[in-house]
Design a protein around this ligand. Structure first.
Ligand code: HEC
Length: 244
């Protein structure tokens, strides 16, 4: 009896070792380098810039002006909708903003942003009048048909980011409607170098625009700014926020 048991065990062990029953297919080890020799990923070549310098692109050029000057709480945001006008996104701007494509004199918007009488002007005091460049952008957009166009700016260049050439003009369009003057959001002034420098060096600027936790996400009420802009702002802050 004992010999039969031992013999049985030997046979079972023999089968286990020499049969295919317990062999596994080789595992794919996670993190194995992927062979890219046939299909290399090119990170150096920039995608082609498709933006035409004579065309106004809604999401890049126009929407930030509306978001930071008009779509504010108590004004033309989705909640207040003053006089039924909501200026938060393309569809709402076209539906409620009284814009006549191609015709500057037909709709109300151009008239109110260029109005000389301050009690009739938009944005109303104490908000500043839109800058001439902003008014020109909106006018050109309407004259080009008030379309919802976008373009690809090509590769992202984070070298040679300057305060005067990159940072200040961007804030002017996207932030300063809320971050200048006596009612500046959070008391933060972004229309002068010292104000920008303060939030750059205390970490609030990059925290807010990259929507990091612990910061109030900016631009308030608007879409997150694009990754290239965030990289450019971060590069400038990391360089010590120079007044260049
Ligand atoms: C629609 C108005 C509005 C726009 C547009 C806006 N902000 Fe703000 N921002 C505010 C308000 C209001 C606060 C104060 C929020 C609070 O303290 O709750 C604030 C706070 C901040 C803060 C401090 C955040 C923190 O966590 O301490 C930074 C930095 C900032 N904004 C940067 C920007 C930048 C950069 C832009 C443009 C890309 C921008 N903001 C666009 C209204 C705005």
């Amino acid at each position: 009896m004992k010999t039969q048991v031992v013999l049985g065990l030997v046979i079972v062990i023999y089968i286990l070792i020499f049969s295919n029953a317990c062999r596994f297919d080789p595992l794919v080890i996670p993190g194995d380098p992927i062979d890219t020799t046939d299909n290399p990923i090119d990170t150096t070549e920039n995608p082609v810039n498709t933006c035409n310098p004579d065309t106004v692109y809604f999401s890049r050029d126009v929407l930030p002006i509306f978001v930071s000057n008009c779509a504010l709480s108590g004004c033309h945001d989705a909640i207040t909708r003053e006089e039924g006008i909501q200026l938060t996104d393309y569809d709402k701007i076209i539906q409620t903003g009284d814009i006549e494509p191609f015709d500057l004199s037909a709709g109300d918007i151009y008239e109110t942003i260029t109005e000389d009488r301050t009690d009739k002007r938009m944005p109303p005091p104490p908000k500043a009048r839109l800058t001439n460049a902003q008014i020109a952008t909106i006018a050109k957009w309407i004259q080009q048909g008030a379309k919802n166009l976008s373009c690809n700016e090509g590769g992202c260049n984070t070298d040679n980011v300057t305060y005067a050439g990159t940072i200040a003009p961007f804030f002017q369009n996207s932030c300063n409607g809320c971050h200048s003057g006596s009612s500046a959001g959070g008391g933060i002034q972004l229309n002068n170098y010292d104000g920008v420098r303060t939030v750059a060096l205390n970490g609030r600027l990059v925290g807010a625009v990259s929507h990091a936790s612990g910061f109030v996400a900016m631009p308030q009420g608007g879409a997150k700014i694009n990754d290239c802009r965030i990289s450019q702002i971060t590069a400038w802050v990391n360089a010590g926020a120079p007044q260049n």
